[in-house]
Ligand binder design. Structure first.
Ligand code: WTA
Length: 666
C-alpha cells in the first residue's frame, strides 16, 4: 500500500471539460445527495429512467429502518412508483429510434467467432423468450435459474424475466453441479435456462451435463424442475454431444425462436423483487442476496453514466461474467439503460495469447474498459509486448473492480495499457450494494494508485473501531455505511433474520460491509480487504466454511481449517490445513490423497475454489474452549511465524511447531 503523499494523478484538462461531473461539482452534488436526498434522487430518477408511475411526493423518497432495536430492518425507495427494467433497457431506445444501434458485439472464444445484436434484434429476442416463459406458465414473482455462457442470450434471458416480472437467479457457469443444485434447491424455480456448453481457452466446457446432474440431485431432494430450456451453442459444444430428456428439455432454437416478437411489459412496483444472486459469507451456505426494482435501477443507471462518464459513441467493455454482480449491474442493466454499445466476450484474456483483450479493443474501437486486478496482474506477468503490439488508441477510460488493486498493477494498467492517458476508476462495491459505492469520478477526482478514493452520491461511509466507535478523520477500522443508498439489497431471500444479523448486527444502526478500511488525511478511502471468513480469490468470494465443509465431506478428512494466503496473480489463494482420520499419518502414505481432497472441493463448489495448498495437520491450534485460532494459521500459511504473537492461550501450544515443521512436507 502506498502512502498518501505519493504521486497523485489529477484529471487531465480535456477530460474535465467534457465530463458529466466536472471539478468541484462533485462535492456540491455529494453534499446535496446527503443533505437533501429527496431532491437529488428525484432529479436523477427522472433523468435516467422512464417511469409508468412516479413515486409519492408526500413522503420521503426512502423509508427505512437500519436499527434492529426499533424493529425489523426495512428499506423502501421510490415508494408508489412503477416501472419495468426491460422496457428501460431495451424498448424505450427502440421507440426513440435507436433500434439499429448495436447493443452487443459478441466475441467468441476463438478469434474468428464474432457476432452483433442491435437493440431492435434484442427487443425481438427478449419478447420471444418472454413469450416462451409465459407459454409454460412462468408469471410475475416466479423464480427462473439461468446457467449460461457469456453469449447475448444470457443478458437477453435476464431481461426477459424482468419484462414479465419473473425473478432471475443467474448462477456462474463455472460452479459445479452440487453448487448449482443447492442454489436451485434454495429458490425452487420451475424452469432452468442453460446452453449445450461453452469454450474457454483450449477447453470445451459442456454445461448441459452439469445441469442434468444438478437436476438429478434436486429431484432426489424433492424438487422437480419442470422445464430445462437449452440453447444450442454449437460454436462451442454441439447439440449431438449432450443428452436430451424428452418432456423436460426443450431446445431454445425450437421453442423460443418460433415465438412472436412482441410481448407486453409488466408494470412493476418499486419494491418488486428483480433478482437473487448467491454470494458467499462467513458461515454456512451462500446466501441469496435479493435486489428489487426501482432503487436498483437508479443505482445501476447513475453509476454507469457518471463513473464511466458514458456518452453516446462510446464502446464499452466490461470483462465480468453475468454470473457475478458486476455482470448484472455493468453488463445487463447499467449500460443498456444508457443505450450503450458493449462487448460481450466468452473467452479468456490469455487465449489464444495474452494480447486478446487489446486485439478486441482495436478491432471494436473500445473506449471504456472495465476489468479486475487479477486479470491485470496475469497480463502484466506475460510482458508488455502483448500490449504494445496493439494501438489501443481508442481507449479513454479504464476501470478496476473486485479486490484492492496493488499500486504496481495500477501503474502498469495506467502506463502500459492506457499509455498514461486513461484515468483508472477503482470501484469499490459488493453484491449486496448493487452498484459502485466508493469510486473516483473521472472529471473531478485526483487519483491515488491503490485507493478507491471517495464515496459516490448518497453513500455515507464511516470507519469504526472494534467497539463501534466512529473514527473521524484519518484512521483505520471496519468500513460501515450509515444510511441506505438506492441499490442496497433488501433481504436475504427466505432468511431475513440472517440478513439482519450479518449486515446490521455488528453496530447499531449501520450496514456492515465486511471490509477493513483506512481513511487518509485527504479523506480518501483505502480498502484493506475482508475482515470476515471470506477469501477473495481472483476477485471471487469464497467462504472458508464452504471449502472446509467440502474437505470434511471426504472420508479421509477429520477436520479442516481454511485461510487466505497472498498470491501474486489471484490476490489471495486458498490454503487448507487438513487433519486426517485416525490411522492416517501426516503426511499420508497415499500420494493421491492430496489430489482427491482438492477434487472434493472442485466437485462441491467448482474450479474457482481449488485450494492451492493442502497442509497436513495432525493437530490444529485451538483455544481451551475448542475454537480454532485462524490468526495463527494465517501466519503459518504466510510464513510469518516470527510475528505469531501470544500463543499461550492455546490448549496445546506445541501444535504450532509441529505445523511449521510439516509445512515443507505439504
Ligand atoms: C472486494 C464485487 C477493494 C471487497 C463488486 C468487497 C474490492 C468484495 C473492490 C465484494 C475494490 C470489490 N477495492 N476491494 N475496488 N471491489 N472489492 O460481492 O472485499 O463479489 O467486500 O462484489 O470484493 O465482492 P463481490
Amino acid at each position: 500500500m502506498v502512502k498518501s503523499d505519493e504521486k497523485v494523478y489529477p484529471p487531465p484538462d480535456d477530460v474535465v471539460s467534457s465530463a458529466h461531473i466536472q471539478g468541484k461539482e462533485y462535492s456540491e452534488l455529494y453534499r446535496q445527495s446527503i443533505e437533501n436526498p429527496d431532491v437529488f434522487w428525484s432529479l436523477q430518477a427522472n433523468k435516467l429512467l422512464t417511469w409508468n408511475k412516479k413515486w409519492r411526493s408526500d413522503t420521503a423518497i426512502c423509508a427505512y429502518n437500519f436499527d434492529t432495536s426499533l424493529g425489523p430492518i426495512n428499506i423502501r425507495w421510490f415508494e408508489g412508483s412503477e416501472l419495468n427494467l426491460c422496457y428501460n433497457a431495451v424498448d424505450r431506445h427502440v421507440e426513440a429510434g435507436y433500434g439499429d444501434r448495436v447493443a452487443f458485439y459478441w466475441e467468441g472464444n476463438d478469434v474468428e467467432q464474432d457476432g452483433k445484436m442491435t437493440y431492435q434484434e434484442l427487443q425481438n429476442l427478449v419478447c420471444q423468450i418472454s413469450n416462451y416463459l409465459k407459454s409454460v406458465g412462468i408469471k410475475k414473482g416466479d423464480d427462473v435459474t439461468i446457467y449460461m455462457p457469456m453469449i447475448p442470450e444470457l443478458p437477453a434471458a435476464m431481461l426477459a424475466c424482468a419484462r414479465i416480472g419473473a425473478v432471475h437467479s443467474v448462477v456462474f457457469a463455472g460452479f459445479s453441479a452440487e453448487s448449482l443444485a443447492s442454489r436451485i434447491q434454495d429458490s425452487k424455480p420451475r424452469l432452468v435456462v442453460t446452453a449445450t456448453g461453452s469454450k474457454r481457452g483450449p477447453k470445451e466446457i459442456p454445461l448441459k451435463p452439469i445441469v442434468d446432474e444438478a437436476l438429478d440431485i434436486c429431484s432426489k431432494q424433492g424438487h422437480m424442475v419442470e422445464k430445462c430450456l437449452v440453447y444450442d451453442h454449437h460454436q462451442a459444444v454441439s447439440k449431438e454431444s449432450v443428452n436430451f430428456h424428452s418432456g423436460r428439455d426443450v431446445w431454445w432454437q425450437d421453442a423460443v425462436l418460433t415465438q412472436s416478437t412482441s410481448c407486453p411489459v409488466e408494470r412493476m412496483d418499486a419494491e418488486a423483487p428483480l433478482f437473487k444472486l448467491y454470494t458467499s459469507g462467513s458461515t454456512g451456505k451462500p446466501k441469496a442476496v435479493l435486489h428489487t426494482t426501482a432503487g436498483y435501477a437508479v443505482g445501476a443507471a447513475a453509476t454507469f453514466k457518471y463513473v464511466f462518464d458514458y456518452k453516446p459513441g462510446d464502446i464499452y467493455w466490461c470483462t465480468a461474467d453475468c454470473g457475478w454482480i458486476t455482470g448484472h449491474s455493468y453488463v445487463t442493466y447499467g449500460p443498456l439503460f444508457s443505450c450503450a454499445s458493449q462487448v460481450l466476450f466468452e473467452g479468456v484474456p490469455t487465449w489464444p495469447d495474452a494480447g486478446r483483450c487489446w486485439q478486441i479493443v482495436d478491432k471494436l474501437k473500445v473506449t471504456i474498459f472495465y476489468t479486475a486486478p487479477t486479470a491485470i496482474r496475469a497480463l502484466n506477468a506475460k510482458g508488455d509486448s502483448y500490449v504494445t503490439k496493439y494501438s489501443r488508441s481508442s481507449l479513454r477510460l479504464l476501470g478496476s473492480v473486485g479486490e484492492p488493486i496493488n499500486p504496481e498493477a495500477w501503474r502498469w494498467y495506467y502506463e502500459v495499457v492506457g499509455n498514461s492517458r486513461c484515468p483508472i476508476m477503482d470501484t469499490w462495491w459488493q453484491t449486496e450494494t448493487g452498484a459502485h459505492m466508493i469510486t473516483p469520478l473521472v472529471g473531478s477526482t485526483p487519483l491515488k494508485p491503490g485507493s478507491a478514493t471517495l464515496p459516490f452520491f448518497g453513500v455515507e461511509p464511516c470507519i469504526c473501531d472494534e467497539k463501534g466507535n466512529e473514527i473521524h478523520g484519518e484512521g483505520e477500522g471496519l468500513l460501515m455505511i450509515k444510511r441506505p443508498w438506492p441499490s442496497i439489497m433488501r433481504t436475504v431471500a427466505g432468511n431475513h433474520d440472517r440478513f439482519e444479523k450479518t449486515y446490521f448486527g455488528m453496530f447499531k444502526g449501520m450496514y456492515f460491509t465486511g471490509d477493513g478500511c483506512r481513511r487518509d488525511s485527504d479523506g480518501y478511502y483505502w480498502i484493506i480487504g475482508r475482515v470476515d471468513d471470506v477469501i477473495n480469490v481472483s476477485g471471487h468470494r469464497i467462504g472458508t466454511a464452504e471449502v472446509e465443509s467440502a474437505l470434511v465431506g471426504h472420508p479421509a478428512c477429520a477436520e479442516a481449517a481454511v485461510v487466505p494466503v497472498e498470491h501474486a496473480i489471484k490476490g489471495q489463494a486458498i490454503y487448507a490445513f487438513v487433519t486426517l482420520m485416525e490411522g492416517y499419518s501426516h503426511p499420508p502414505q497415499d500420494p493421491t490423497l492430496k489430489e482427491a481432497l482438492i477434487g472434493a472441493v472442485r466437485k462441491a463448489i467448482g474450479a474457482i475454489a481449488t485450494p492451492d495448498f493442502i497442509h497436513w495437520a495432525p493437530g490444529l491450534p485451538k483455544t481451551r474452549s475448542g475454537k480454532i485460532m485462524r490468526r495463527i494459521l494465517r501466519k503459518i500459511a504466510g510464513k510469518e511465524e516470527e510475528s505469531l504473537g501470544d500463543i499461550s492461550t492455546l490448549a496445546d501450544p506445541s501444535v504450532v511447531e509441529t505445523l511449521i515443521a510439516l509445512r515443507e512436507n505439504s
